[in-house]
Design a protein around this ligand. Structure first.
Ligand SMILES: Cc1cc2nc3c(=O)[nH]c(=O)nc-3n(C[C@H](O)[C@H](O)[C@H](O)COP(=O)(O)OP(=O)(O)OC[C@H]3O[C@@H](n4cnc5c(N)ncnc54)[C@H](O)[C@@H]3O)c2cc1C
Length: 536
């Protein structure tokens, strides 16, 4: 087993992870940054449209606070939102200092990109930060998949995982910053990177931390839904010549009362817009028509992305659909990025609290920037108080190291007998998620989903790692099944609709009874869900 020792371990190399690592390094501490793939790759950050909502010369901090709270429908953690609003402009300035080209636009800032470039803004953002990492002392470990957080005597002391060659790896660390992103790819229809499967949530639950509001899953209104094309997100700004219609040819912008400005609707009414589009798509196909868009707009962002495809987007309408985009729920942090477990800090999409029942467009990247920095600073302060700089070895006893060696062997243990292929099981889970825990939920369907999940769980137990890939796949299956169980059970209990959470059988928002956050815990392997009134 590979053993490493460090002051701070950062799990996840998207925007939140890289920024927290860079920030912690400023304190002169040893920092290790890990990701499932090459640093910055396979992250949702690299897919992003590069929009950061934040106060600017035309959009005040009061405007930002109001818009975020309105969008969150009473479930936001107000103190965290205040931090986001207050520190947003400074964090964006910090990105500029790291070489990210940020320009003011709309209700915030965007990563500036050459007009004719067909590189995603998120890639430009990540590239600048990865360049900055090269001149730092941060040790990067690409291709390390973390399986467990190490908790001893009530505090986090590192993490355990497998390297891409299958070697088990134990990292002892005085503090850990969890920035492992969301879980959009657990759904059949999603616009996330395919490896974003909720590992961070599963790591936290198994380490004994509660998670909050997992039932709130945001959809994005438009991804490509043509059968042979990937479910690629159709990014704003949308040209005014665009038409959105159903299979009878009826104009959906009018019918669904969306108004003429699709771009604004996507940013500020993402929840209601996606839900009504999903409803429309259940009755028949939904199309985008770009045939009236003038020639010159096809050379510019974002339509120039579609030029790369052989599909005749300019010549005929094409199928679109809503898809899962973002998880509002996750780990509770305080305003310093601390979780309830000493030694564990968190930032980015894995965290809960800022967005309430529905995230305002552009607030996710601002959240990663603000709380990435805060998490890095707080973790560094914590380590300093523990005597950072001294040799970080031997946080774990010999007995404990032996225990992790045994655990590693256990993960790799081969069993005999028939088993389902993990790839097929993951497809089954994703279908189940979309069908039973999708944009609109209802009692009977969710109960049916839970029954099917129980039988899938038994098949997952029997999977053994015949190859190295299967070892990772089996962990994915366990994580996805755990998360789905939580979402389905939590959604059954919330008998109302709010923001991006929609129940066909309870269509109204019920402030009288449901101005509450849902709290999920694993107690001796069983999931427990309780509710906490706002402000308590
Ligand atoms: C298509 C698309 C466009 C978007 N556009 C915008 C936008 O314009 N503005 C906006 O505000 N938001 C946008 N979002 C949302 C935003 O991009 C994400 O919420 C944000 O980038 C998440 O960043 P993160 O650092 O938390 O996680 P990510 O960037 O997703 O990174 C997660 C990291 O964790 C690692 N990881 C996960 N599990 C493990 C494990 N077990 N072991 C080791 N490493 C692990 C991954 O490998 C990865 O490195 C968009 C999202 C999508 C999908």
């Amino acid at each position: 087993m590979e053993e490493l020792f460090t002051d701070i371990l950062v799990i996840g190399s998207g925007l939140a992870g890289i920024l927290s690592a860079l920030e912690a390094e400023k304190f002169g501490l040893k920092v290790v940054l890990v990701g499932k793939f090459a640093i910055g790759m396979g992250t949702n950050t690299s897919m992003a449209n590069g929009a950061f909502t934040s106060a600017n010369s035309r959009f005040s901090k009061e405007d930002h606070l109001r818009a975020t709270l309105e969008s969150g429908r009473g479930l936001n953690q107000v103190q965290l939102v205040k931090n986001l609003v207050e520190k947003g402009p400074e964090a964006i300035e910090g990105l500029r200092n790291y070489g990210v080209p940020m320009v003011e636009r709309g209700i915030g800032y965007v990563v500036d990109r050459p007009e004719a470039s067909s590189q995603l803004a998120g890639v430009l953002l990540i590239k600048a930060l990865v360049e900055r990492l090269k001149s730092s002392s941060i040790k990067v470990l690409p291709g390390l998949v973390i399986f467990d957080l190490i908790v001893e005597e009530g505090e986090v002391r590192g993490a355990f995982g497998f390297l891409k060659d299958g070697k088990p790896c134990l990292i002892q660390s005085k503090a850990v910053i969890l920035t492992a992103g969301g879980a959009g790819a657990i759904y059949r229809r999603n616009d996330n990177q395919k490896s974003i499967l909720g590992d961070g949530y599963a790591l936290a639950l198994r380490a004994g931390l509660p998670l909050f509001d997992l039932e709130f899953v945001q959809c994005y209104p438009f991804v490509l839904a043509e059968p042979r094309l990937s479910t690629f997100i159709l990014l704003p700004p949308y040209p005014k010549e665009i038409r959105l219609f159903d299979e009878k040819g009826e104009d959906l912008s009018e019918k669904l009362d969306i108004g003429k400005d699709l771009t604004r609707a996507v940013i500020t009414q993402r929840d209601t817009f996606s839900i009504s589009l999903f409803e429309a798509s259940q009755k028949g196909d939904v199309y985008f028509d770009l045939t009236q868009v003038p020639e010159e707009k096809w050379e510019r962002y974002p339509l120039n992305f579609l030029n790369k495809s052989k599909f005749p987007f300019r010549e005929r309408p094409f199928l679109v659909s809503p898809a899962v985009h973002f998880f509002m729920g996750g780990i509770e942090i305080d305003e310093h990025g601390k979780t309830g477990l000493p030694g564990l800090f968190a930032a980015g999409e894995v965290v809960w609290g800022i967005h309430g029942a529905n995230r305002l467009g552009g607030n996710a990247l601002t959240e990663c920037a603000v709380f990435g920095i805060i998490g890095g600073q707080s973790a560094a302060e914590y380590v300093r108080q523990k005597g950072g700089g001294e040799s970080p070895a031997n946080l774990l006893s010999e007995t404990s190291v032996r225990k992790w060696e045994r655990k590693a062997r256990n993960y790799l243990k081969k069993k005999r007998g028939p088993f389902d292929h993990p790839v097929d099981l993951l497809v089954n889970l994703k279908d189940l998620a979309w069908k039973y825990a999708g944009p609109i939920r209802e009692d009977g369907l969710m109960k049916e989903g839970l029954a099917q999940l129980a039988s899938l769980e038994k098949r997952i137990e029997r999977v053994y790692p015949a190859t190295l890939r299967d070892l990772f796949r089996k962990r994915d299956l366990e994580n996805v099944a755990l998360l789905l169980k939580a979402i389905l059970n939590g959604s059954l209990l919330r008998v109302e609709s709010r923001g991006s959470f929609s129940r066909r059988d309870f269509p109204e928002q019920d402030d009288q009874n449901w101005l509450k956050n849902s709290c999920y815990r694993l107690v001796k392997g069983d999931l427990e869900i309780t509710h906490r009134a706002i402000g308590i």
